[in-house]
Design a protein. Structure first.
Length: 224
């Protein structure tokens, strides 16, 4: 049985995987779903303001240390592709699989800001006008989006990642491409690049970006 660490994307918490987690657990797997620093309900403004990508990578490594986890599958959705890559780089030999679920796959020196689309950069700039350090959740029609979403620490979007190559030596690396929002996805070029890379296993799922909500059984099946 596998041990999964599930890391949500921007603005989200562990609840983003609430429909997937019980499916994995019912199959006998161990699951840890994280809410990253700065996105927890009781985090104050000072915590949010000083939170960056390093903080989020440290959140994951801290869980591995505290729970004494090895042979781990790290799953990162969207922004959290940055997080799991940085965490795997800091935990050599402890991660057996990386799953980038419609998520960024950074190289050394990349950032969320450098990899995302111009429309998402505008979302970050416009969304940070309230405080200057946190990006409010974008409006998602028709209902605005999940009310549990929280402002996301801006510094984590801006900070460049530093990778030594350790993450490239993780035994298995998967990319799951959500093909149901191709007009807006920032991952089309990445999808094409990884399809041509023999070091990656690439899968498609015909959902919009939030595949965990739209098709939890499909996501769980791909993870298993």
């Amino acid at each position: 049985m596998a041990t999964f660490v599930l890391v949500p994307g921007a603005w989200h918490g562990s609840w983003a995987f609430e429909s997937v987690t019980p499916l994995l657990e019912a199959a006998g797997h161990t699951v840890h779903a994280l809410t990253l620093t700065g996105l927890r309900p009781d985090d104050d403004d000072a915590t949010v303001a000083r939170t960056n990508l390093d903080t989020h990578a440290a959140d994951v490594v801290s869980l591995l240390d505290q729970a004494r986890l090895t042979d781990v599958t790290l799953v990162g959705h969207s922004y959290a592709g940055m997080v799991i890559a940085a965490a795997a780089d800091r935990a050599p030999g402890r991660v057996s699989r990386l799953v980038h679920l419609d998520a960024f796959v950074p190289r050394d020196g990349d950032s969320w800001w450098s990899l995302t689309s111009e429309s998402y950069r505008r979302t970050a700039v416009d969304g940070a006008t309230d405080t200057g350090f946190a990006v409010r959740p974008p409006f998602r029609p028709p209902h605005g989006g999940d009310p549990r979403r929280r402002p996301h620490p801006l510094a984590s979007f801006m900070q460049t990642i530093r990778l030594t190559g350790t993450a490239d030596r993780v035994p298995r690396r998967d990319f799951i491409y959500c093909s149901g929002w191709e007009a807006d996805t920032p991952f089309a070029g990445l999808h094409a690049r990884l399809q041509a890379d023999p070091g990656w296993q690439v899968h498609d799922i015909p959902t919009a970006h939030n595949a965990m909500r739209d098709d939890p059984h499909g996501v769980a099946a791909l993870l298993m």
